[in-house]
Design a protein around this ligand. Structure first.
Ligand SMILES: *Cc1c(COP(=O)(O)O)cnc(C)c1O
Length: 497
């Protein structure tokens, strides 16, 4: 591979080496078109070399490949084509690729090619979203896109608005920040909530959240009412529409009603489930979202965008005024008075990528109905895989999926005493990861005999073209590895049976 690129050296325009070419300006598209083939050749070669969802051999093998490649900070460069081809091959060969159905551990989606192509243009032109003079039309595109998302979340609100974030973590931070700015002092969330909620409270100097118990990974409304009784309007409740562990959706209408009665604010973390709004058949599952004061959505989950593609929507645009900030060089008062849009207050960040551009291109290409159809396929796939788990002689299902997460456990784990069952579950996951067979997730859920946490395996299915049959071999592999490990555990400690 190292020799090949020299045969394809691109003749430098005006004596400038291709590694120094600029992506934008006159001729930028042509220069990119001449470099991209080297990157894509490397990507194709690396993907073929991997031949599965993840490189085999675990961290040691991956690190060894890197040492041979001389990545890092070399004193002398090798030129654009060779660097692109070699390192793209390295990246593709060593990636966990969610475009392989067996890469299904996390809310880690396979990005749509249309979005990635759009992102190349966005990167080349490099609009920075902190001032109008760096992003004249990009800021308008972002405005239209965020207005559309705000309407999707709040069809009947008078003045909803939304801003782009780096994901659910930043959106949850904004949810608690705007609550704090409206004099809320106490976060309240379910035991099923994402870790970023407690972290946001910590970051904002708020007390640690009051944690409301869950049953079946859903917040229990009566327990919420009890928790809110002494707090009332001092509280901001964070509910979840699509939990990270199981994809469960909290009973939003009941939670919203309790918040309304007590005067508490409501933020819904719909990072996972929010885009179900695009599906006519699934949107009823997230009914009640429109009753929240704010909502977190991630289009790098359902939405099929490369990271980062978060959106934070607020029912009242005035709530977002809490983010207003002045910087003379970016949004001077006289510039704003003269009609230059003030963008700085639309994020906690300053320099910011035009992530809305590829989201807007994707939505233009597919429409909300097209995205909704992909969400439906993932959920249908999860139902099918869940049925296969239920019918499998060696696997036990945690419960029917509400979105696209299938949670299950090898039955052999239940035969082991104490924590040995959990150890086996963890080892099954690592074995499949290290031998390059599959990337499956794990989650602790309170299913033990006395309500103690037990470790489960999970498949988070975000591959929009996968079918249940694509997972048969994977489920069998889980069962086989579990049986093999069980045999070795029993051999090491006869007590175990
Ligand atoms: C993914 C997720 C988050 C975190 O979002 P990032 O985009 O990774 O910052 C928060 N909450 C839920 C429910 C999620 O699924």
């Amino acid at each position: 591979m190292a020799d090949a690129p020299s045969a394809r050296v691109i003749s430098p325009p005006g004596g400038v080496a291709s590694a120094e070419w600029l992506a934008g300006g006159s001729g930028g598209a042509d220069r990119l078109a001449r470099l991209l083939p080297a990157a894509l050749r490397g990507m194709a070669a690396g993907t073929a070399e991997r031949g599965g969802p993840v490189p085999a051999g675990g961290p040691a093998a991956v690190a060894a490949a890197l040492v041979q490649s001389a990545a890092g900070l070399p004193r002398h460069g090798v030129g654009a084509e060779q660097a692109l081809e070699e390192l793209s091959a390295l990246l593709a060969a060593g990636s966990a690729d969610p475009a392989d159905p067996a890469c299904a551990a996390h809310l880690h989606c396979p990005p749509l090619a249309v979005s990635v192509a759009a992102d190349a243009v966005a990167s080349a032109l490099n609009p920075s979203m902190d001032s109008w003079d760096q992003a004249p039309v990009a800021s308008e595109i972002e405005r239209e896109f965020t207005t559309g998302i705000a309407r999707l979340c709040y069809p009947d609100a008078a003045r909803p608005d939304a801003v782009i974030t780096s994901g659910g973590t930043e959106s949850n931070l904004l949810g608690l920040l705007l609550a704090r700015e409206s004099a809320v002092t106490r976060p309240v969330c379910g035991a099923n909530s994402h870790h970023s909620v407690a972290r946001a409270a910590w970051l904002l100097g708020l007390p640690a959240p009051v944690v409301v118990p869950c049953v079946d990974d859903r917040m229990v409304p009566s327990a919420l009412a009890e928790a809110l009784a002494p707090l009332g309007a001092q509280a901001v409740v964070v509910a979840t529409a699509g939990t990270t562990n199981t994809g469960r959706i909290d009973p939003l209408p009941e939670i919203a009603e309790i918040c309304r009665r007590t005067g508490a604010r409501l933020h819904v973390d719909a990072a996972y489930g929010g885009l179900a709004l695009c599906s006519e058949t699934l949107r009823s599952r997230v009914a009640g979202l429109e009753l929240a004061d704010s909502v977190a959505l991630d289009l790098h989950k359902f939405g099929w965008q490369p990271v980062a593609a978060g959106v934070f929507a607020a029912r009242e645009e005035t709530d977002l005024q809490a983010l207003t900030v002045r910087a003379e060089y970016l949004n001077a008062d006289d510039d704003t008075e003269a009609g230059l849009p003030d963008l700085l207050g639309r994020s906690l960040r300053t320099s910011r990528r035009p992530d809305a551009f590829r989201m807007a291109v994707t939505l233009r290409a597919l429409g909300t109905s097209g995205i909704g159809a992909l969400v439906e396929r993932c959920c249908a796939n999860a139902s099918g895989v869940h049925t296969m788990v239920d019918d499998h002689p060696a696997l036990r299902s945690w419960g029917a999926p509400e979105l696209s997460t299938v949670v299950f456990r090898p039955m052999t784990a239940d035969e082991l005493p104490g924590t040995a069952g959990d150890d086996l579950v963890a080892q099954v996951r690592r074995t499949l990861l290290e031998d390059g067979t599959a990337v499956i997730g794990r989650g602790a859920l309170p299913t033990g005999p006395d309500g103690e946490a037990q470790l489960w395996l999970k498949l988070t299915l975000l591959h929009p073209h996968a079918q249940p049959a694509d997972y048969r071999a994977l489920l069998d592999a889980v069962a086989t590895v579990a049986a093999d490990l069980r045999t070795s555990v029993t051999r090491e400690s006869p007590v175990a049976s």
